[in-house]
Design a protein around this ligand. Structure first.
Ligand code: ADP
Ligand code: TYD
Length: 209
């Protein structure tokens, strides 16, 4: 039987990486076989692309940005996601194609139609079976990003976007939630880590049972 393909999405600072780390611990403790991965940077090539792309000081053209995430994803799909689900293993990825729809779709200068075309090319049509969207008000996400920067200097080009940009990104995610309510589960991420974790474990356990 094929493994399930699950993704975590949310604006930066929504707390999805914190939740994925906690979920990984829970699943490993139960002996559940699972591949935990991320975009960008889920493969060796992807890690080079991620470093080059997220750390460059150069202004990146919107189309170059769109195609960089697509190149990372094409490699990820072919070399990690597809082989793992074919072998019957559940794959959980911190971000996937919905991030391109939401982030690159929120950039000026790229038509939605082009964004959708590039997503189809990079994924070959592979869609997640389930997506957990960690929804949070933009102001709270920005507050958390500022705290994170202070605590361990994790920082990238995208961390410096405006509240207005993140508002557009969040709206795009919520549009997907309305369009695909069965796949796209909205989690209220403006709560304590423990409360959110309880919901995440419940949803995932039910889904991969
Ligand atoms: P993301 O991966 O979505 O960008 P992170 O998991 O890195 O977000 O969390 C962003 C920051 O917020 C981190 O400093 C993290 O410790 C903190 N954080 C995560 N979840 C919560 C929460 N539920 N409440 C308060 N702070 C949180
Ligand atoms: P990362 O450090 O992984 O962010 P976080 O831990 O906050 O999720 O950086 C990834 C950045 O790239 C993040 O700002 C979202 C952005 N991104 C896109 O713009 N498009 C995409 O397709 C993907 C996968 C990520």
């Amino acid at each position: 039987m094929k493994g399930k393909f699950i993704t975590f999405e949310g604006i930066d600072g929504s707390g999805k990486s914190t939740q994925l780390r906690a979920l990984e611990k829970t699943l490993r403790a139960r002996g559940t076989d699972v591949v935990i991965t991320r975009e960008p940077g889920g493969t060796a090539l992807g890690r080079h692309l991620r470093a080059a792309f997220l750390e460059t000081k150069e202004k990146v053209a919107p189309m170059a940005e769109l195609l960089s995430f697509a190149a990372d994803r094409a490699q990820h799909v072919e070399h990690l996601i597809k082989p793992s689900i074919a072998a019957g293993t559940t794959v959980i990825s911190d971000r996937y194609a919905d991030a391109t729809y939401a982030y690159q779709g929120a950039r000026n200068g790229i038509a939605r139609r082009q964004v959708n075309q590039v997503i189809r090319l990079a994924t070959g049509g592979l869609k997640p079976d389930l997506t957990l969207f960690f929804d949070i008000p933009v102001e709270e996400a920005i507050r958390r990003m500022a705290l994170r920067r202070r605590s361990h200097a994790k920082k990238n080009r995208m961390d410096e976007e405006t509240a207005e940009f993140y508002t557009r990104v969040r709206r795009s995610y919520l549009r997907i939630a309305r369009r695909e309510p069965k796949r796209f589960v909205v989690i209220d991420a403006h709560r304590s880590v423990g409360e959110i974790q309880a919901d995440v474990v419940k949803v995932i356990t039910k889904f991969i049972k």
